[in-house]
Design a protein around this ligand. Structure first.
Ligand code: TXA
Ligand code: MG
Length: 325
């Protein structure tokens, strides 16, 4: 790992790392981000691996401006107004994924929405511009630690996990971005942050608070355990060591039972990074008419396996009764 001053040369180097699927920690005006190519499933898997998170929480994709955002999400009038007032800056908008959006499914934890924002820190902008693609970035800390607002914090927390840390000095805002869900009829504040509720309401009128809606959509959209998650329509059976003829099989490793209607292998070589990268696209591919149930082979409970198993357990608990639980 090296901590470098963000010069034109180091930013170009960092952009090359990103395009190669590697990770780079970089400053934003809110907190430091642990960045990877948002269109590269393996790069996004590496972000979760580095953070050591036992869950795949959806990540924010960072772009230069509203014009760029329109390539990846279904933009709307409310988003336009908010972007005109707050971008670049500490406001993240959650919008429906556009058809054919190249944003990694792992980056959105399989959800049909994408969280997107345009950071105002010049180094973040220079990096995104040089990379020529959206950059997925959670706060650059290990899971459970507080968000880093200086390059030294990143080095302490993730020093051995990231090849380059761009040092842009202390973060001016110092708290994470506000996350606002615009995919519902009334905008919902999912996470308070750098852009205040009052300043948002001054632009678009009243918004809902995620914890103010009884038994509503928002209750499980708030960060953490209650977060909305991807669930297939078909029932999911875990720890499968054999398979029935009406089942689709999500396999793992070199030894795969035969007889399934359709089989996808998360990783024939039992590589958990590859498995994480394939998880949501393969689940979606198996969740289709003609398949009665999705059987999933055992996944080791180590490294990224924890997050993979967490999502699979939630998918199985839903048992086809709904998309949230
Ligand atoms: O200020 C920030 O937002 C920093 C800098 C690096 O940009 N990033 C950050 O990322 O705080 P992270 O991963 O620590 O937090 C992302 C938040 C989480 O609360 C997550 O649940 C929410 O955004 N989020 C992301 N995608 C979402 C989606 N599709 N639907 C609902 N919430 C989403
Ligand atoms: Mg965080």
């Amino acid at each position: 790992m090296k901590v470098v001053e963000p010069t034109a040369q180091s930013v170009a180097e960092a952009a090359t790392l990103l395009r190669d699927g590697k990770l780079v920690a970089f400053p934003t005006e809110t907190v430091y981000g642990l960045g990877g190519d948002a269109t590269n499933e393996r790069a996004v898997a590496a972000i979760f691996d580095a953070k050591g998170r036992p869950q795949f929480n959806p990540l924010i994709s960072h772009v230069l401006d509203a014009a760029a955002a329109r390539q990846f999400v279904r933009w709307n009038e409310t988003a336009e107004k908010l972007a005109a007032r707050f971008w670049p800056g500490p406001l993240t908008l959650v919008l429906p994924r556009s058809k054919g959006s190249p944003i990694s499914l792992l980056a959105t934890a399989g959800l049909d929405t994408v969280a997107i924002r345009a950071p105002s820190h010049p180094m973040a902008q220079a990096l995104i511009r040089a990379a020529g693609r959206p950059v997925a970035a959670p706060s650059a800390n290990r899971s459970g630690a507080i968000s880093p607002t200086r390059a030294e914090h990143v080095a302490e927390s993730l020093g051995d996990k990231v090849p380059m840390i761009l040092d842009g000095g202390p973060c001016l805002v110092g708290v994470e971005s506000t996350v606002l869900d615009l995919s519902t009829a009334t905008p919902i504040l999912l996470r308070p942050g750098g852009a205040t509720r009052e300043s948002i309401e001054a632009v678009i009128g009243p918004i809902a608070l995620s914890d103010a809606i009884p038994n509503g959509e928002a209750a499980h959209k708030s960060p953490g355990q209650m977060q909305s998650h991807y669930a297939p329509e078909r029932p999911v059976r875990l720890e499968a060591i054999s398979v029935a003829a009406d089942e689709g099989l999500l396999a793992f490793g070199p030894t795969v039972p035969t007889g399934a209607m359709l089989t996808y292998n998360l990783s024939p070589t039992a590589d958990l990074g590859e498995a994480a990268a394939n998880l949501f696209s393969m689940l979606r591919a198996l969740d289709r008419p003609g398949i009665g149930r999705i059987a999933v082979m055992p996944i080791p409970q180590t490294g990224l396996g924890l997050a993979i198993n967490d999502r699979l357990r939630r998918a199985a608990a839903d048992d086809g009764t709904g998309r949230h639980g």
